[in-house]
Design a binder for this molecule. Structure first.
Ligand code: FES
Length: 168
């Protein structure tokens, strides 16, 4: 076909039901619809028709990489966070979760849920949960451990000096 791009033909249908095999092969409703049409005998989908199903699919999945954020500089006492626990603090208008996963090792995260911005709460020890839709995180490193959180909590810089922790 001189000068025209190759049409999406029935010879190469996308696999139907591939969504069950994980995020790497996730298929959106438009892709599934195109695959069903392409599988029908005698149906050839031209590119313009294939993209006109009326539903948009994200070009890329959301980032799953942990990010860093800052909050207004705030000082808290390290003694308030025993080893193996996490605690919530206010830093300006932000809410921060500070944890001590190992003796003398302090970590801090924004308490803003990476799903839709709920304020993550400390449930017990290092377990964090968002009250809005139930996403859970591990305060050891902020990783998301239960859906629907799409990525870990944002890291907040923290430094320790003389028993005082500076957040921000
Ligand atoms: S906003 Fe936190 S789970 Fe939805």
């Amino acid at each position: 076909m001189g000068g025209m791009s190759e049409p999406f033909s029935a010879a190469t249908p996308a696999p139907i039901g591939a969504a069950a095999s994980g995020p790497a092969t996730r298929v959106g409703p438009c892709t599934q619809r195109r695959a069903v049409l392409a599988a029908l005998p005698g149906i050839i989908l031209l590119p313009g028709i294939a993209s006109a199903c009326g539903m948009t699919e994200p070009a890329q999945p959301p980032s799953t990489v942990q990010q860093t954020t800052t909050v207004p500089a705030t000082t808290v006492s390290a003694a308030e966070i025993p080893v193996g626990t996490a605690k919530q603090f206010k830093a300006g208008d932000s809410t921060v979760i500070v944890a001590q996963p190992a003796e003398g090792e302090f970590v801090a995260y924004s308490a803003r849920c990476t799903h839709q911005g709920g304020v993550v709460q400390v449930i017990e020890g290092m377990t964090l949960r968002c009250p809005l839709h139930g996403a859970e995180y591990d305060a050891t490193d902020g990783r998301n451990t239960l859906a629907p959180a799409p990525r870990p909590l944002d890291v907040v810089p923290v430094s320790e000096s003389g028993g005082q922790l500076t957040l921000g």
